[in-house]
Design a protein around this ligand. Structure first.
Ligand code: FES
Length: 104
């Protein structure tokens, strides 16, 4: 496991989600508060669509294809048609950057 720098904190305004690629991984950085960030896989569990850049509503992101919603903090499904949640990775803010801990 190693920490990977993803994106500067000030490039992700509070209340938004930004798609970021880290090596082979498509990730979604969600900033739900000034010091609250979450990093999820950016792949919808319904039909593998990217969830992508967007505004966060009630702590959730919405898949643009069929409207499934996922909790930013837990990855849990909050609205169908997604059958299961999406993965959430350990994340932190370090020296003005959002970092994620990924498997080597
Ligand atoms: S691909 Fe995301 S809701 Fe269908």
């Amino acid at each position: 496991m190693a920490w990977t720098r993803l994106i500067a904190l000030d490039e992700v305004p509070v209340g938004t989600a930004r798609a970021v690629r880290a090596g082979p991984d498509d990730l979604l950085v969600c900033r739900t508060g000034a010091d609250a960030v979450h990093v999820l896989e950016d792949v919808c569990s319904h039909d593998d669509a990217p969830i992508g850049d967007q505004e966060i509503a009630d702590g959730m992101v919405t898949c643009p294809r069929h409207g499934a919603r996922f909790d930013c903090a837990t990855g849990d499904v909050r609205r169908s048609p997604a059958p299961v949640g999406i993965e959430v990775f350990p994340s932190r803010i370090e020296a003005g950057w959002i970092e994620v801990e990924l498997e080597d």
